[in-house]
Write a protein that binds this ligand. Structure first.
Ligand code: SF4
Length: 901
């Protein structure tokens, strides 16, 4: 590689063309102060504190933007350089308020640090009066622009890192400041309050609002975000056993300096006064506090009695896509050994099991086939049935960066306009539930026009003939008729997808929560196989996971049909391995999936359920019916951090510790293993789920022999026999950081591991699966509108945690029903009206928000508001293979409410 050699402080050093003087200096161990520079932002040369001198020309150069050139003689420490830097910093201080003692930035202020390092004391300059007002209407951040040094870090973070573009320079000269378009308040702008600007601001110009502590925190702990499946690295700043601030973990390759509003401000739930602090048992129809010993004794006794009287198959466990890998491993072992049942499932059944089943039967992996970092190298990105802006903001940032840099073209497939629509080169709006027809149409165009990768198909796949045969029976006209997408658009997208070298697909619950979800995932996998993208770096399929550990819970075997590592419970050799390891006879038949468990409870054949970290009364379809089933059980145990709607029905409630109070790992949507570390002690008498499980197993006379979480991980690694499980090998906790290798990869870099299917698919050949479009929804004139559901940026899941994060719930307190203007007019409904949304099986109330994001005949409700339990509107219709409920679209009517409903 070509190199450029310069003289730096009298020493010859070499870099590569395009490198800046600052980059090369830092690489060579030479410190140059900066205020506006950050490696994750494009350099701006705004503060000039990094001045250096080129001795050949005598020029003072801002080293962060000056590229190295052959023969340069750079001095970073000359008297002239030092004096110039000091003058610049003094000028900044002269227009800075004297508020250091009360400024929240405190010892973290970089301006103060740089001034102190330069030995700047009295300024000797006339001070400029500061008249800026403090902007603090929103619940998240405070803007005191009198402290702004115009470094533009906030502007670049907003425009180049999260690509939101909410702020820019406003006005000129002394009046210049960062501001929103037309200087609107932040809450009326495009700002999503992701907190990235606050994390990067070098002074006290941008600080967190509602801080529980002003000053320097005592300890800082790196851990992993407990909300969505991105797995962002967080730094929890702790003082007096309280989390006082959350900032991005700059070591994380997932998020670096960025977070979303939930990561930055949502962890407040940890200190909610609603936290369960003691075990509760039901006495005389009321839940009363009790001791751990009494609670666990009662649980063990009742589970034993039910098992012995009615058989193990009458017991079931609902595990959690929010708990750690180690906890899920212990939980499935507890279910299989202490209770003797394979009736165990986890929350990801509701949102991603179709992807697991669909990808398992095509490309042979049980999750995403590529990495987030590859996305920015894709030439085309197809976001299909996913709204990462709300459900996985870090993915949204990556997609927007790829488009903004000009390296990628975006195909958006979504019936509702999302925040990605302005970035899309083409936006298809298929009718809800018709995706298989659309995707099959895309495949047909690719095959008919010879745009497929024949060599790849011949060498790496099987069942191609059956797939093509099915395509031939699929007239293209059907696509337009069924999906409502114009044929020319289908052809354009097919050609765009197939002719790019690297095309990635990002899919989410818009795919996986429909009644034919598994077929849709198979159809997407067929596309990736047809074009060879399935095995290309920058190609492949990314499946978004709703919860922080949906992938890990499944990898750990919190499933009715698989032991850890996707080893089938019906495979005698696998069963023998686990029997030998755990020393007990294991059930040989697959157990019940989550909704089957509830269904069996209705029928009386499930008598006892242990719910850990899930809230089925709100998250499952037909909430009232689920509540009835839970209430009818002989015995219900709920282990959670809050008294959820499900916990209120329990016989025993066990208080669990939150993510901030325990140790372990989460596996993100790409399959990366991320560390979870305790920052504070458990609240009240709560205990980590792992401790509870170990104590309970002893009470059940089925003790599990672990004295540390590391020992659990060691066993997880030991029993893994499949390549798909390889990321759990090498059980050293020091590896479980944000940059750890990905499943099903190796120790290679993400770019290399994206090629992990390059040699061989996990099951040898990838398999085409012919799929047929069938409609499950029938038109019903009593329910003329189509309700779409989805995530919302400020809240998560059923809202159990996010609704208890005061700043999130203050900003977004209630569910809003989005409705198009023409539908609203036809119904005589206006913006802000309260309405009742009625489906054939249930009803909820919500406030109307008129929007132009929806086609006529469609409306939208977010899922995360306990007082608007949207899932109540859905019948229990399951995808036949994934056994996942349909929770994405249903037919409804809208009625005005009478009064205060
Ligand atoms: Fe947490 Fe997801 Fe937001 Fe990252 S994108 S901060 S993981 S909620």
């Amino acid at each position: 590689m070509e190199t450029v050699t310069i003289t730096l402080d009298g020493r010859e050093v070499s870099g590569y063309p395009g490198m800046t003087i600052l980059d090369l200096a830092r690489e060579s161990g030479v410190e140059i102060p900066t205020l506006c520079h950050d490696p994750c932002l494009p350099p701006a040369g705004a503060c000039r504190v990094c001045l250096v001198e080129d001795e050949r020309t005598g020029a003072l150069l801002a080293s962060c933007v000056a590229p190295i050139a052959p023969g340069m003689i750079i001095n970073t420490r000359s008297d002239r350089v030092i004096e110039s830097r000091k003058t610049i910093v003094k000028l900044m201080l002269a227009s800075h308020p004297d508020s250091c003692l009360v400024c929240d930035k405190g010892n973290r202020c970089q301006l103060r640090q740089v001034a102190s390092d330069m030995g700047i004391g009295l300024l000797g300059l006339q001070r400029l009066p500061q008249t800026a007002t403090i902007d603090e209407v929103n619940p998240f951040l405070e803007r005191d622009l009198s402290k702004c040094i115009l470094c533009a870090k906030c502007i670049r973070a907003c425009q180049d890192l999260v690509v939101q573009g909410a702020i820019d320079y406003f006005q000129r000269g002394f009046a210049t400041r960062p501001a929103t378009l037309s200087d609107l308040p932040l809450e009326d702008s495009e700002c999503t309050f992701c907190g990235t600007c606050v994390a990067l601001c070098p002074t006290g110009a941008l600080t967190e609002k509602d801080k529980s502590y002003r000053g320097t925190s005592a300890t800082v702990v790196s851990t992993t975000c407990p909300f969505c499946g991105c797995g962002c690295g967080l730094r929890l700043e702790v003082k007096d056993n309280s989390i006082v601030r959350v900032t991005p973990d700059r070591e994380s390759t997932i998020n670096n300096a960025a977070l979303c509003v939930k990561g930055s401000y949502g962890c407040d739930f940890v200190h909610s006064t609603d936290r369960l602090t003691t075990p509760l048992v039901r006495r005389n129809h009321a839940l009363e506090p009790t001791s751990w010993d009494e609670a666990l004794e009662l649980v063990a006794t009742r589970f034993r009695e039910i098992r012995d009287a009615y058989g193990s198959s009458t017991l079931a466990v609902l595990g959690s896509s929010k708990c750690t890998n180690e906890e899920n491993y212990l939980l499935q072992r507890f279910a299989r050994t202490a209770l003797g049942t394979n009736n165990i499932d986890n929350g990801s059944r509701l949102y991603s099991s179709a992807a697991r089943v669909g990808l398992g039967s095509t490309v042979g992996s049980y999750g995403s086939t590529t990495h987030l970092s590859d996305l920015e190298r894709s030439q085309v990105i197809m976001v299909f049935g996913a709204d990462p802006s709300s459900s996985a903001p870090i993915v949204e940032y990556a997609v927007k960066r790829a488009v903004k840099k000009g390296s990628a073209r975006l195909i958006l497939v979504d019936p509702r306009r999302t925040s990605l629509a302005p970035f899309a080169h083409i936006w298809l709006r298929p009718r809800p539930g018709t995706d298989v027809a659309l995707i099959t149409g895309l495949a047909k165009v690719i095959a008919d026009e010879g745009l497929l990768d024949e060599e790849f198909v011949a060498r790496r796949t099987d069942n191609f003939e059956a797939f093509v045969h099915n395509l031939q029976a699929h007239p293209l006209e059907l696509v337009e008729e069924v999906a409502g997408v114009p044929l020319p658009d289908v052809c354009t997208v097919a050609r765009l997808y197939a002719t790019a070298d690297r095309t990635a697909i990002v899919c989410g619950t818009g795919i996986t929560q429909h009644p034919n979800a598994t077929d849709t995932v198979k159809a997407l996998a067929n596309l990736a196989l047809l074009t060879g993208n399935a095995a290309r770096a920058g190609g492949g399929i990314l499946v978004l996971q709703q919860d922080n550990n949906g992938q890990g819970a499944c990898d750990m075997g919190a499933l009715p049909d698989f032991f850890p590592g996707y080893q089938s419970v019906t495979d005698a050799r696998a069963r023998e391995r686990f029997q030998e390891l755990w020393g007990v006879e294991l059930p040989a038949n697959p157990g019940l999936s989550a909704l089957e468990i509830v269904d069996n409870a209705h029928q009386g054949s499930t008598r006892g359920i242990y719910v850990v970290g899930e809230n089925p009364v709100l998250s499952f379809p037909q909430s009232q019916s689920v509540a009835n089933a839970m209430a009818s059980l002989d015995f219900l145990v709920v282990q959670d951090i809050f008294l959820t709607e499900t916990a209120r029905l329990a016989n025993v409630v066990l208080p669990a510790a939150s993510f901030a109070e325990k140790e372990g790992t989460f596996t993100n949507f790409e399959g990366r293993l991320h560390a979870v570390q305790p920052a504070i002690g458990p609240v009240g008498e709560s205990l980590p789920d792992s401790d509870i499980l170990l104590r309970l197993s002893r009470k059940m006379d089925a003790p599990m022999p672990y004295s540390s979480i590391q020992q659990v991980m060691n066993e997880i690694a030991d029993i893994s026999g499949l390549p798909a499980y390889s990321s759990y090998q090498g059980p050293d906790y020091s590896r479980a950081g944000p940059t750890s290798p990905s499943w099903p990869g190796s120790n290679d870099s993400p770019w290399d591991t994206a090629l992990r299917h390059g040699g061989q698919f996990l099951k040898g050949f990838a398999r085409f699966c012919a799929v047929e479009w069938t409609s499950r929804r029938k038109a019903d004139s009593d329910y003329p509108l189509t309700l779409l559901t989805g995530a919302t940026l400020c809240h998560h899941g059923t809202g159990t945690r996010s609704s208890r994060a005061p700043r999130l719930s203050r900003f977004h307190p209630h569910a809003l029903l989005e409705l198009g203007a023409s539908d609203a007019t036809g119904l005589g409904i206006g913006h802000g009206d309260r309405v009742r949304v009625v489906s054939p099986v249930g009803q909820v109330t919500a406030t109307v928000r008129i929007t132009d994001a929806l086609s006529q005949g469609a409306c939208f409700l977010p899922t995360s508001f306990p007082d608007t339990p949207v899932n109540q509107l859905f019948a229990s219709t399951l995808d036949p293979e994934a056994k996942a409920p349909s929770l994405k679209a249903c037919s409804v009517r809208i009625e005005r409410t009478a009064g205060d409903e």
